[in-house]
Ligand binder design. Structure first.
Ligand code: DAH
Length: 362
């Protein structure tokens, strides 16, 4: 009787298991090394013959019953766990996929790419220079000596004096105020002839609707043995037609002055204001878009290029300004404020950029 009662007790323990893990715990508790039933079976050794004869079949039967019950219960639990998993991991493959949110291309990156592609087609390669520049490359080498008034016009950010080793006796370092120093660095390293553009960040202490302390310029330089102002004109006209996507374009080359070019010209593009927005290509107004000229012999010599043998032309333009003109963005400051609403409005989808490449290479 006692055994039967225990039997029922043991079976209850098995029945109560809610998971394969709990069942295993129950099994160990009953039939494991230190389990209750194992303990009963061991106790047979201490019994006299008569008692053992009586108990042994009961205990073994009990063990067998429990083993069978555990096996059955395990099947039930394993199946239930599989069903639960199938329920919880159910996947609706007919549901619409979630919209993929890719970032947008910033107008400055996009316009830089556009400009670089156009000049690449004209045979220019891309050069780069440091943003922390020595006073020598930013000014002196470009024919702007220390007492030259043009230094005042630049609103320069000066930083710690000295070269990389901190012992330059000539000059402090500056955040470059223009991309023109790349001209000198490139000629010094590669000599002449050359045909390069140099896009990058430049810095001036200035802040209003059309000025930010950091902005972007692109510099152009062509040096050879037979380079003239008419080459400069042709390149700039071709560039403007391609950039503004116009069949023909009206540019005005206006005499100007830069220390690093002689003669120098500023270039204006014909435009008009229609309902407060700017239309490039037609109208009675002019908008200045770049500075240019024939490279001053002093600049060639500073870069160790023989100015009796070589001449060149150079130009520099504001990338952000070109972006504002082409895509009608009124305030330069918003370019760099990281306002998501502005970025979403003026940013370019990635596909559009690749279409541009197709168009330009096709
Ligand atoms: N460096 C000039 C500036 O930042 C722009 C410029 C004018 C660059 C004439 C040139 C050039 O290469 O020939 O205002």
């Amino acid at each position: 009787m006692k055994i039967e009662a225990e039997n029922i007790n043991f079976l209850d323990t098995i029945e109560a298991a809610q998971s394969v893990e709990e069942l295993e715990q129950a099994r160990v508790g009953l039939l494991g090394k230190k389990g209750e039933v194992t303990h009963l079976l061991r106790s047979l050794g201490q019994m006299n013959d008569e008692e053992r004869k009586l108990k042994s079949p009961q205990y073994n039967k009990l063990k067998q019953t429990l083993e069978e019950a555990i096996k059955e219960k395990r099947e039930v639990l394993v199946n239930r766990e599989i069903e639960n998993r199938m329920d919880s991991e159910w996947l609706d493959i007919t549901q619409d996929s979630r919209e993929i949110n890719t970032g947008l291309i910033h107008p400055v990156s996009r316009v830089t790419e556009e400009i670089v592609s156009i000049f690449s087609d004209l045979g220019f390669s891309v050069a780069e220079g440091p943003q922390i520049e020595s006073d020598w490359y930013n000014f002196d080498s470009l024919n702007i000596p220390p007492d030259h008034p043009a230094r005042q016009e630049f609103d320069t950010f000066y930083i710690n004096p000295g070269d990389d080793n901190g012992n330059d006796s000539i000059s402090p370092n500056v955040l470059r105020t223009h991309t023109s120093p790349v001209q000198v660095r490139f000629m010094e390293n590669h000599g002449a002839p050359c045909r390069i553009i140099a896009p990058g960040r430049v810095y001036r202490s200035d802040y209003d609707l059309t000025h930010t302390p950091m902005f972007h310029q692109i510099e152009g330089l062509v040096v050879g043995e037979d380079i003239s102002m008419s080459n400069l004109k042709w390149v700039l006209i071709e560039f403007c037609k391609a950039f503004f996507e116009l069949e023909s374009i009206d540019l005005r080359f206006r005499a100007s002055h830069f220390p690093f070019t002689e003669p120098s010209a500023e270039v204006d593009i014909r435009c008009s204001w229609v309902e407060n927005s700017l239309v490039v290509g037609k109208g009675d107004d002019w908008m200045e878009i770049l500075g240019s000229g024939m490279v001053h012999p002093n600049v060639l010599e500073a870069a160790k290029v023989d100015s009796n043998k070589f001449q060149g032309f150079a130009f520099g333009m504001g990338i952000d300004r070109l972006a504002m003109l082409k895509y009608g963005m009124p305030d330069l400051r918003s370019f760099f404020e990281n306002d998501m609403r502005w970025l979403k409005h003026y940013g370019f989808a990635v596909e559009k950029t690749s279409n541009l490449y197709d168009k330009l290479s096709g």
